[in-house]
Write a protein that binds this ligand. Structure first.
Ligand code: NDP
Ligand code: PYC
Length: 339
């Protein structure tokens, strides 16, 4: 087998089939495949096909409901609550999105609360769904305790992703989406697989000492980005998308799951804003934003999301580049599942 290219449609078909054959309902298989293939298409390897095995292992461990039918409750004011019923978050989000968008247009601001979901995914696909509605969006969730708070040495916070998007006319939205740890845990896992040392400042070993060994980092604690600042943002996510929505924080999520080798269960908080409603007719917020974003680009700075959108364009023209090892992994998953 050699490195090569696969079309987005062909990869989507293969990933959907692998997930459905493992026992997930057609709706879940489609929602999971969409997110995983989007990760590969956009050059986000830490949340691409490498995650398929984790999804299947989570099912094998009995820690995700493969045919969960998410229920969207009648909105409670601006709050749109979706009960994921123990299934992966992706389908729950898709079900809640039209109601979230409608409520955001009605009130200017709406929040989707997803409870009891299993979560492994990047957040930018959800954010792009919100900006496609002409709305600005934010999304955040805890994870399981793998990150020490700044000044501490033991895992307590999750890698807690935080994402934001702003809609733009005639071009891709402004989107950032990052782990509040120095990098996503998936990235450390990819270093471990490649046998490469971690850069300085990413992690501590189990004794609380700085380490460059990915194995020791996975057994120890990752570090928040930006020291006390990342630590505080990560804590905010524990409070808003854990405690406030009546769901697990990262420490209780790990307690419930007992391992970091499969996907964690917790909740997610997603906010949608209608910019025109917030501006109240004072100015055109989209035009002001364009001028501001243009000024950033005018300095030669790259925008977050730009690398991803360039990777997407390339993948749409040339197909998605996979290594021989990745093709072999897909073959193996097709033939044997995670056995
Ligand atoms: P990165 O550090 O790779 O990227 C974070 C963001 O910064 C991206 O929006 C990226 O844009 C942007 N960016 C990177 N470099 C630059 C630059 N030089 N100038 C401007 N912008 C830049 O991501 P992370 O490793 O922190 O996270 C990866 C993914 O992991 C995220 O999608 C996150 O949602 C996911 N994750 C999910 C978790 C979960 O529990 N579900 C937990 C933790 C992370 P671009 O993409 O264009 O490079
Ligand atoms: O990459 O940090 C991560 C992660 C944790 C849970 C899902 N993704």
């Amino acid at each position: 087998m050699r490195d090569g290219f696969v079309s987005i449609d062909a990869l989507t078909e293969r990933v959907t089939a692998i997930i459905a054959n493992a026992g997930f309902s057609a709706d879940h298989a489609a929602a999971l495949a969409r997110t995983i293939v989007a990760g590969e298409r956009d050059g986000c390897k830490s949340h691409g096909i490498y995650r398929i095995a984790g999804c299947l292992r989570t099912l094998e461990a009995g820690k995700v409901v493969p045919d969960a039918d998410p229920v969207v409750a009648e909105p409670d004011g601006a709050i749109v609550r979706v009960d994921a019923k123990g299934g992966f978050a992706n389908l729950a989000f898709t079900r809640g999105l039209p109601v979230l968008a409608e409520q955001a247009r009605k009130s200017g601001l709406a929040a989707m609360v997803i409870n009891d979901c299993v979560h492994f995914a990047a957040l930018w696909p959800e954010i792009e769904d919100i900006t496609a509605e002409g709305l600005a969006g934010m999304a955040m969730c805890p994870s399981y305790a793998t990150v020490a708070p700044a000044g501490g040495t033991q895992p307590l916070l999750g890698t807690n992703p935080f994402a934001f998007g702003w809609p733009r006319e005639g071009q891709p939205p402004y989107v950032f989406d990052f782990a509040t740890s120095v990098v996503a845990r998936g990235e450390v896992e990819l270093y471990r697989r490649a046998g490469d040392p971690l850069p300085d400042g990413w992690a501590l070993d189990a004794d609380g000492q700085p380490t460059n060994d990915p194995e020791a980092a996975l057994d120890g604690a990752m570090l928040p980005f930006g020291g006390h600042k990342g630590s505080a943002i990560s804590t905010m996510i524990e409070l808003l998308a854990g405690a406030m929505i009546g769901d697990f924080t990262s420490d209780t999520a790990l307690e419930w799951l007992g391992t970091t080798t499969i996907a964690p269960r917790h909740g997610e908080l997603i906010l949608a804003f209608d910019p025109a409603r917030f501006a109240g007719g004072r100015a055109d917020p989209r035009a002001t934003a364009e001028a501001f974003i243009g000024a950033i680009e005018g300095q030669g700075a790259r925008l977050p999301g730009q690398r991803r959108f360039a990777a997407r364009d390339k993948a749409m023209n040339e197909g998605i580049a996979l290594t021989a090892a990745e093709f072999e992994e897909l073959d193996r998953l097709e033939k044997e599942g995670v056995a």
